[in-house]
Design a protein around this ligand. Sequence first.
Ligand SMILES: [Zn+2]
Length: 646
Amino acid sequence: MRMLLILAAVAQVTVIPRAVGPAKDYPIRAVPLTSVRITDSFWAPKRETNRTVTIPHIIQQNEVTGRIDNFLKAAKKKPGPYQGQRYNDTDVYKIIEAASWSLAGHPDPALDKKVDELVAIVGAAQEPDGYLYTPRSVDPANPAPGAGPERWSWLHTSHELYDQGHMIEAAVAHYSATGKRSFLDIAIKSADLMVKVFGRSARRDVPGHEEIELALVKLHRVTGQQKYLDLAKFFLDERGQKHSVEHPQFEQGSRFFMYNDLAYRQDHAPVASQTAAVGHAVRASYLYAAMTDIATLVESTLIPVIHSLFADVTEKKMYVTGGLGADERTEAFGAEYALPNRAYAETCASIGGILWYHRMFLQSASAKHYGALERTLYNGYLSGVSLSGDRFFYQNPLVSDGRQERSAYFDVACCPANLSRLMAELPGLIYAQDKETLYINLFIGSEADVALGGVPARIRQETNYPWDGKVTIHVDPQRPVRAGLRIRMPDWTSNPTASALYRFTDTTDRAPVVMVNGSRLTGGDPTGGAAEAGAYREWRKGDVVTVDIPMPIRRVLANDKVAEDAGKAAIQRGPILYALEAVDNGGSLKDLKLPLDTPLTSTFRPDLLGGVDVITGKVGDRTVTAIPYYAWNNRGKGEMAVWIPY
Ligand SMILES: [Zn+2]
């Protein structure tokens, strides 16, 4: 039996030939969510809450706030003016996307019927030539504020193309999940209009809020049509060309004032020279995801640029929770190491980050991109929703004076449905494959139908992650096959740094142990930053891989340049960042200190917060208690802190 430890960061360049679809795509493909079923006790209940509570709640909120009526008004099936913000259409699209992906994993005739009804309403609002933007169509003479006087006239504020992008993504999801063409045909009609309107020898401009670019790549992939990929690339190529100086400029004090700043919307320079992350963090993360698509599918000169952006974000601008965006006023990235704990860290920026890091992995095969993804998923993303599934954070601060609280919905409601669609898409983030190798990138109890070295295989993961680092993986190919299996070792198993931005105070000498059928994989150094363990061997039905990752409680320090975290430490166990809440700590966090040498212990509390590991320590006669950050603010308002003075 030949065994080989596969080193980290070995890029795979195999392109899998496909009968249909684009000629060129990512060298590694995600195992599609339709082939994966989550069965664990951490994510499966949250996904069931998403299906039974969050999705119906958001549909209902979209109904009572007039978001669905806007489509009926545009279709002349209801009287009255357009209601709400000019990007409210997307809240309907995103929940259709969430519902569609949810249907893929869990048939639900009532939800399926509801989605069909919503798609019909969207279709009725589409104008005969394909134009679909209810903030204008309801009353073209009086478009919603910021929408601009004519079609496509104020792209820097209108969110017209942002709306089209979410519509296309929802349509691709609906088609992929249900096989129905109803929504896809609407999206194609709209996209074909944009192909006619925009281009090098037609209308040249760029959207003020990115999203259309990555959506057009998805439409290209599902239709095989080159023109959509060309249009996505066009919108990237037009950045930094100062088109929007012709657009209206807004006076100080205007609600649109920030749109005057080209860097705010990543239009300050050509994408090839955007090597540092700037501006509104959601826009930026969607742009970087699209740049990763275009770098991989079309324009390889962008590859160093996306890697430079990733390093800039993860080494200088990312919260320890994975949150992105430091500036409360502009929702934007701050300067290097400017990470105030009141934060912005919009839920959508965490989601944008996850979508981007996933693409970075599929492009590079490097596990470090999944380190950023996992940090975000278990912390700055998951904090966006209450355990009940019907309350949401827009901002995800790392400290609270007790005033912050999740809301049932928002006037600007981008986050809730965005969070819901990612929860529904989660199975698609666990596994990836290329011709030779299967990649296990997240430890989530699940069953997956994959191709292992081209042979159909069933993978079954059993684990109590994130509370426990023991994972059993059953590998069952239909027939014996030589292939690689690469298992991501989380970056928090490394010594002493998880990144240049955050480091652990201690070192651990207990390395992860990976065994195949009881034989230990040897060689390599999973603690030295080598981020994957794996075996290239002949796999047979009944093979079992076991992974045992120690999960000590570790203190995290921020880079000395992060002023606000000086003299403070965070607590991490496994992928979970911890927070102190006043309710567990005598009603107040004032004057509370936790010396670095205070012994800490973890205890699983099935009765608390849906079942969590709680960390406690004794400081004098006081017991200090920490809970997972994602679960804060589920017991009323109160002070909270991630970074604790030591
Ligand atoms: Zn948002």
